[in-house]
Design a protein around this ligand. Structure first.
Ligand SMILES: [Zn+2]
Length: 182
């Protein structure tokens, strides 16, 4: 599995730098419409944006801590608290031929509590050493490395992998040539 909710929240306001354009600082939590789209939520009220921003900042801090080795205790406690209103009841589902299955039915009190709980569950299931930040300096998006070798360096081959290879090739081979104006 890939921790899609975690990554979506961690990357929500990471600046983007399109080629030959100024850096964009996205802020989808500025309005219910953009927040709904960015987080794939059914609908939102303006009053729910504050809790979602707190969740976003908590997840970003937690991921930063996991990536740079600093303490994540406070961020983890904050995330736990945000997830707390989302509670589950257990039910027993009966299938064919007397098979039974236990299932958790979650309450969905607020969008922030639901997303916080999803992030906690994702963090419990993934290998956190595979959480990485894209190594293209202009990018900075966080991704989950699902390669068998665990050696992926870019959030995507296009554009980041391709651009970084071009840049490295130019810096290694470009010294004898007239360098293009940058
Ligand atoms: Zn990237």
């Amino acid at each position: 599995m890939t921790p899609d909710t975690l990554l979506g929240l961690a990357n929500l306001t990471v600046p983007r730098k399109p080629d030959r354009s100024p850096t964009i600082y996205p802020d989808p939590l500025a309005s219910p419409v953009t927040a709904t789209q960015a987080l794939s939520l059914p609908r939102l009220h303006t009053s729910e944006l504050g809790a979602l921003r707190e969740l976003h900042e908590t997840v970003a801090r937690l991921v930063d801590g996991l990536l740079n080795g600093s303490s994540v205790d406070r961020a983890a406690a904050r995330l736990t608290k945000l997830a707390q209103p989302s509670i589950a009841t257990v039910r027993l589902d009966v299938g064919e031929r007397q098979t039974v299955r236990a299932r958790l039915a979650w309450s969905e009190p607020t969008p922030a509590a639901t997303l916080a709980r999803m992030v906690v569950v994702e963090l419990g299931e993934i290998d956190v050493t595979r959480l990485k930040r894209c190594q293209r300096p202009a990018c900075g998006l966080v991704f989950y490395d699902t390669t068998r070798s665990g050696t992926r360096r870019w959030h995507a081959e296009s554009p980041c992998g391709n651009r970084e290879r071009q840049r490295r090739y130019r810096s290694e081979h470009g010294s004898d040539e007239t360098k293009p104006a940058r």
